[in-house]
Design a protein around this ligand. Structure first.
Ligand code: ZN
Length: 237
């Protein structure tokens, strides 16, 4: 129920569900509910996408790939956000691709429709810009993290950020994928994941990671986890 006592059908997307009933309904009227299997490409690097996605479950990763072949994740978006949000703001495409990292559900909206609503509605502008601020904080922090922090604390930080958006403590993740996300070598991932496992923080076998001790994993993560978590928690109060 909202403040007027009217029942609003919540979607599960925190940004969308934070809006007034009128705006919520208005956006849903031009949206389509979709399922997004693992690895679905939501937007290509350097291209303007056709759609934006309010995720209702799952996780999407924003990943930069360099011309020489190295990759690193610069942001991840779950139910708190809107995939394609930066493309609403202006004409420059992101130098990052975005794909589904954990199978997701979403409300898909044509980017043009959403841009029109963004221009018309002060309420939507406020919600979108607050999310953009959180994304900017996260992206900047992860960029510095990828350069300055060691692989073990980065892996711990990444596992916690992913866990905060997933439904359980077990996640299906290959070492190759982890190496791409962290911008490091697969052999390095093997070493640091082994170290976290020996200390009883995670269990890692056959492409499955299970977090055994969240509290200790937080101690193993760099401070970037706290910075990005604080920014996340300031949304939708
Ligand atoms: Zn860090």
């Amino acid at each position: 129920m909202n403040d007027e006592g009217v029942t609003v059908a919540l979607t599960g997307n925190l940004l969308l569900d934070s809006l007034s009933e009128r705006l919520h309904t208005n956006i849903l009227s031009v949206g389509k509910q979709v399922q997004l299997p693992l690895r679905t490409m939501l937007h290509e690097q350097g291209q303007m996408p056709q759609y934006a996605y309010f995720l209702t479950s799952g996780i999407a990763s924003l990943v930069v790939t360099m011309p020489e072949g190295g990759t690193a994740e610069v942001a991840l978006i779950g139910r708190e956000g809107l995939v394609g949000v930066m493309h609403i703001l202006g004409p420059t495409p992101l130098p990052a691709q975005c794909f589904v990292q954990l199978e997701a559900g979403a409300i898909r909206v044509r980017l043009e429709d959403l841009r029109t609503k963004f221009q018309e509605s002060a309420e939507l502008r406020k919600a979108v810009l607050e999310f953009v601020q959180q994304q900017t904080v996260t992206t900047g922090q992860i960029a510095a993290c990828n350069k300055l922090h060691d692989a073990e604390s980065r892996l711990a930080r990444w596992l916690l950020m992913t866990r905060d958006r997933a439904d359980g403590d077990t996640m299906h993740i290959t070492q190759e994928f982890l190496a791409d996300m962290l911008g490091t070598r697969r052999t390095t991932v093997t070493l640091v994941a082994g170290s976290l496992q020996r200390r009883g923080l995670i269990e890692y076998r056959r492409g499955k990671v299970r977090i055994l001790s969240r509290e200790t994993l937080e101690h193993a993560a760099c401070d970037c986890y706290r910075v990005t978590k604080d920014a996340l928690e300031k949304l939708y109060k």
